[in-house]
Design a protein around this ligand. Structure first.
Ligand code: ATP
Length: 323
């Protein structure tokens, strides 16, 4: 194997750059050239790639986002698009592909690898932390840090005005970000999609908490689907006379910002491991860190198995937040 390629796909996640840097430097150590594909799978279809060197990745370990840019590609979902992508890899004498991304990107990686018998290694990158095969995905710890920082600030004003604050965090399918940032910020209530609740039960719980304290922080994962936050806020206000309800949608700030040290370290370890694995002949695998050990799991398992929420942590959060 002489040349490999790397791309970032789907949602960006802080720590992707630390991972790309590690891939390039590991490959260089092993005398392999790395092609950086710009704009994910779409860039591969359009042959948008160039060699990246050790120097190119200097001073990038801390930077959020991805220096390779990312994109979503509908063309890659079709066999015709994937065929074009394969032709471009062959044209550039590339013998292996490393894909950084979430569930969708790794699904695409698996299909592409199977279809073309081409060595592909996936690296888990998603602030949702919803992938099987790794205790943590790159980007999660940084997003958690951002959410906790924001909630700490919101709490100051919530406490001063004795307000009930609903803070919406990212997580359409998974409540990991809500759960861990809720615990770390001392939220009174954490609402996640894995633990579905009716709005009437939520209001009953808030009433109970409200008997003890007026300032309440509710962390709300976007996938809870209890309705629009302005409507939920009004319902709570109406049900609890004298309550002072506000909401805040944190939105895209959760994706940005410098990568925290644990994401830089995770990115560095998984980047190294991905190159090492592909050179050892591994294919259609994802590298992950499980109980502090680097493990390879077939992409087939990654996309078919649910990670699920950690029930023990969920129970602890309920006891501690006191509802
Ligand atoms: P995030 O977790 O941040 O949403 P993701 O990797 O899950 O990231 P997606 O938008 O789901 O993001 O997928 C990224 C890209 O992966 C898609 O735009 C598409 O090009 C490719 N992809 C996703 N699913 C498939 C599929 N079933 N077949 C082929 N390619 C796919």
């Amino acid at each position: 194997m002489k040349n490999i390629a790397v791309l970032t796909s789907g949602g960006d996640a802080p720590g992707m750059n630390a991972c790309i840097r590690s891939i390039v430097r590991t490959a260089s150590y092993k005398n392999i050239e790395v092609y950086g594909i710009q704009y994910g799978y779409q860039g591969l279809i359009e042959n948008n790639l160039k060699i990246i060197t050790n120097k190119d990745v200097g001073n990038t370990i801390h930077i959020g986002g991805t220096i390779l840019k990312t994109a979503r590609s509908d063309e890659f979902r079709l066999k015709k698009g994937r065929d074009k992508a394969y032709q471009n890899l062959k044209k550039n004498n590339i013998d292996g592909l490393i894909v950084l991304g979430g569930d969708g990107s790794l699904t695409g990686a698996k299909i592409f690898g199977d279809e073309n018998k081409f060595p592909v290694i996936g690296i888990p990158c998603t602030i949702d932390n919803d992938l099987y095969g790794s205790d943590y995905s790159i980007g999660f710890a940084s997003a958690r840090e951002t959410v906790v920082d924001a909630v700490d600030k919101i709490r100051d004003t919530a406490a001063s005005h004795e307000r009930i604050f609903i803070v919406e965090v990212m997580g359409r399918e998974s409540g990991y970000l809500a759960l861990e940032s809720g615990i770390a910020s001392g939220a009174e209530m954490i609402l996640i999609p894995e633990n579905k609740k009716e709005i009437k039960d939520v209001i009953t719980d808030i009433k109970k908490i409200n008997e003890e304290k007026k300032s309440i922080i509710i962390i709300y994962a976007e996938g809870c689907k209890l309705g629009r936050l302005d409507k939920i806020s009004k319902k709570i206000s109406k049900s609890i006379p004298g309550s002072n309800v506000r909401y805040s949608i944190l939105g895209h700030i959760q994706r940005g910002g410098t990568a925290v040290p644990s994401d830089r370290i995770l990115g560095t370890i998984l980047g190294y491991k991905s190159v090492d694995s592909i050179l050892n002949g591994e294919k259609n695998m994802m590298v992950g860190l499980v109980e502090n050990k680097c493990l390879l799991t077939p992409l087939k398992e990654i996309i078919n198995k649910e990670r699920g929420i950690n029930k023990e942590i969920m129970n602890i959060s309920k006891i501690i937040s006191n509802y």
